[in-house]
Design a protein around this ligand. Structure first.
Ligand code: 4AD
Ligand code: MG
Length: 466
């Protein structure tokens, strides 16, 4: 076969030099034909759009028999203006090489398979239209995030993945060890001795890069982390993964209003980026997955988020109960809001994103700045339609004694946290930051319903295939 330089389909569809010889390679989406001519819809992952390959039955009859959905082919042909609606160009095939045939048991053969079914074939579902769209958007969101922070003068800061401290204090960590788990050395009280383990102490995968992020912010001024985080919480929900990606900006000298401004500006920037750069994929998802997607994305970038205190939020929920609204979990001051409460505030009461702040200290992490009322801390959660909590953040307690007091009250083991306390001991400064769950952002931007379907290979309780 004559060697012609490959054109990606995304670029080919923009060309108008009809009559040129072109080469395309890709996977067959569909093939339909008549007695004289066959139409192959070819996709190479560069765009949601397919290019149509027109192949004469007579010329390619033997080859065409082997071309089924999923097969991978290499085509030389002539670029021609397409008479068909909805496509500008097509390729009149002159030479077709089959790279890989695709037998009839190809699991992604049929259209309209359920997402649950496709999860069993996470290695092949990537080739479907929906996952192509989701993953191109995912890539774009990562680029938008780096661009947003870089343009604002934040530094990308790499926090460690293996750590000896539990940032959120929730004890949901996966241990990291090279010890033989069948033959553990224990002391007389039955406690495992870690002296001879790789790190000489108990270590885990991080649940958050925040604590180290604070070290970055108190030296570089403003940083952000963007990396994988791990939580062994046994929650089988459409919003939780055991391995997810988090973006954690941390800023010196920031106060609560500025922090909420940053949260709002950041999310709007990402959503606008998607609207500006992922038009084809969003249109596809709007058509196939969620007919209100584009409208919802537009509405988020054009409305001011509501800002209110946890206490005011509880009052609204109590009023809803008094008016006859039924929640599964009862509402009272001091409780942690369940997803149903968050969604009531966002979807029914305000009908726009809500930033809550000043939470009861009992339901938030040890590092949050304590308010003067002695009851609340300067924590902030951003609540989104469909998603619930998308961001969690806070102003940090910068006062050494107050922080120490909270650590003692909560019995947090301090022997591995001396370095964190040093930030408060040496030149302590007011600072704060937040964490955005990357997959929750992708859920919102794509309109997908389950977090397992916005990451290539999801990790959830009892699933670590692929
Ligand atoms: O609210 P979280 O637990 O906050 C922190 O980890 C802070 N250290 C962040 C900070 O202030 N720097 O988690 C932050 C966000 C949540 O709002 C949610 O979007 C996401 O991380 N998240 C999860 N996403 C998927 N699966 C899980 N299991 C998640 N747990 C949290
Ligand atoms: Mg949270």
């Amino acid at each position: 076969m004559e060697k012609i330089r490959r054109t990606k389909i995304v670029d080919l569809l923009k060309r108008t030099d009809y009559g040129s010889k072109v080469n395309v390679k890709g996977w067959v989406r569909t093939k339909r034909g008549s007695k004289t001519v066959n139409f192959i819809a070819l996709n190479d992952g560069s765009t949601i759009k397919n290019v149509q390959i027109v192949a004469d039955e007579e010329k390619f009859s033997e080859t065409l028999k082997q071309i089924t959905t999923g097969a991978c082919i290499n085509v030389n042909g002539v670029l021609v203006e397409s008479p068909g609606a909805g496509q500008s160009v097509e390729v009149q095939a002159e030479d077709i090489e089959i790279y890989g045939t695709c037998p009839q048991d190809y699991p992604m053969q049929k259209k309209g398979q359920s997402f649950e079914y496709m999860r069993q074939y996470a290695h092949l579902r990537l080739r479907t239209n929906t996952f192509g769209a989701v993953l191109r958007i995912r890539h774009n969101m990562a680029i938008a995030i780096h661009k947003f922070f870089h343009d604002k003068g934040f530094f990308y800061f790499h926090s460690p993945i293996i750590t000896a401290s539990d940032c959120e204090g929730a004890g949901e960590m996966f241990q990291v060890t090279t010890k033989n788990l069948y033959d553990l050395k224990k002391d007389e009280n039955g406690k495992i001795i870690y002296d001879d383990d790789f790190f000489g102490k108990m270590t885990s995968l991080t649940v958050s890069g925040q604590l180290e992020g604070e070290l970055g912010a108190t030296s570089l001024g403003q940083i952000y982390t963007f990396g994988p985080t791990f939580r062994a919480e046994n929650s089988n929900t459409p919003r939780h993964l055991a391995e997810f990606w988090m973006i954690e900006p941390e800023v010196a000298f920031i106060d609560m209003d500025e922090l909420m401004d940053l949260e709002e500006e950041f999310i709007k920037y990402c959503v606008k980026w998607a609207l500006d750069n992922c038009q084809d994929d969003l249109e596809f998802l709007n058509k196939m997955i969620d007919k209100t997607l584009l409208e919802r994305l537009q509405s988020v970038i054009s409305t001011d988020f509501v800002r209110l205190s946890y206490t005011e939020g509880i009052k609204i929920l109590e009023q809803a109960v008094a008016d006859g609204h039924k929640f599964e979990f009862p509402v009272s001051w001091g409780m942690d809001l369940a997803s149903e409460h968050e969604r009531y505030l966002v979807e029914e009461h305000f009908k726009k994103p809500v930033i809550l702040n000043d939470y009861p200290k009992e339901i938030k992490a040890f590092y949050m700045k304590q308010n003067e009322d002695g009851k609340t801390v300067q924590g902030t959660d951003v609540l989104f339609p469909q998603i619930g909590e998308i961001i969690g953040g806070s102003i940090r307690e910068a006062d050494y004694d107050k922080l120490m007091q909270r650590i003692n009250e909560l019995n947090i083991p301090m022997k591995d946290m001396w370095w964190y306390l040093d930030t408060r001991k040496y030149g302590s400064c007011p600072h704060g930051g937040f964490g955005l769950g990357f997959e929750r952002l992708i859920l919102f931007v794509t309109g997908m319903q389950n977090i397992r379907d916005v990451i290539p290979f999801p990790r959830t309780p009892k699933t670590a295939e692929f």
